[in-house]
Design a protein around this ligand. Structure first.
Ligand code: MN
Length: 248
């Protein structure tokens, strides 16, 4: 029976991870290792300057007072004491599309799995006042089943985004680009000192001809983007080499 490690960045109190874990039990033996507190937008952070505590809860559920990346490492080394066959991170409350994947703790949980050589999937659902995780869980199981049956390229992991309602099907996508707009809410505290809230990014996306994750979810498809941790811009290498040769 395949061994599946499940994590998230919304923490143990989010129902998204428990719906996902229950759905994945159809495919294998599921262990949940999740942050004690919400760690959204924590990216790929690894906790190195303080001790981490691992706590056991219900059967197969563990928490770590750290990040999703910490959870994957403790999950593999301490809880499972072996590499699982699959790492699945989510279901996140809110999409992780395009440029936003660089901030995402959900996506980083899957990325850490991929860096450890384990097939990995991140799953995120559109933010709405009430969350119905059922279609996203179904989509995750379909992709997870495929991942367990056919290994894809080493170090590639999959980023799944799901809209509300019954999906029209799956679409393999690229990352959309957001037109970055920084919006910071400045306020003054009761002692006259300024403080700031960084506003969540606005939904302003570059249209890119129908191939992007953003367009897929907006059209009602489950978006599946193959991602890799290697950020090298291979197309820029030759031009950069020429530029540095002619540099004084
Ligand atoms: Mn989150």
């Amino acid at each position: 029976m395949p061994v599946i490690l499940v994590t998230n960045d919304d923490g143990v109190s989010s129902s998204g991870i428990h719906v996902l874990a229950d759905a994945l039990k159809a495919l294998g033996e599921v262990t949940v290792v999740t942050p004690t507190q919400e760690a959204s937008a924590i990216g790929h952070a690894l906790t190195l300057r303080r001790p981490l505590r691992l706590e056991s809860h219900d059967t197969g559920v563990w928490t770590v007072d750290g990040t999703p990346t910490d959870c994957v490492n403790l999950g593999v080394d301490v809880v499972l004491k072996r590499k699982p066959d699959l790492v699945v991170s989510g279901i996140n409350k809110g999409w992780n599309l395009g440029d936003d994947v660089t901030y995402s703790g959900t996506v980083a949980g899957a990325m850490e799995g991929a860096l450890l050589g384990i097939p990995a999937i991140a799953v995120s659902l559109r933010r709405t006042p009430e969350f119905d995780f059922s279609y996203a869980a179904e989509a995750a199981v379909t992709v997870a089943r495929a991942a367990l049956a056919h290994r894809w390229r080493a170090r590639t992991f999959l980023n799944i985004n799901v809209n509300t309602g019954l999906p029209k099907g799956f679409r393999v996508t690229t990352q959309a680009r957001r037109n970055h707009v920084t919006q910071i809410d400045s306020r003054v505290d009761p002692r006259g000192q300024a403080y700031y809230w960084i506003e969540e990014a606005l939904d302003e996306w570059h249209p890119d001809g129908g191939r992007s994750d953003y367009e897929a979810v907006m059209e009602g498809f489950v978006s599946v983007t193959p991602l890799q941790a290697d950020l090298t811009d291979f197309g820029a290498i030759e031009g950069l080499e020429r530029l540095l040769k002619t540099a004084p």
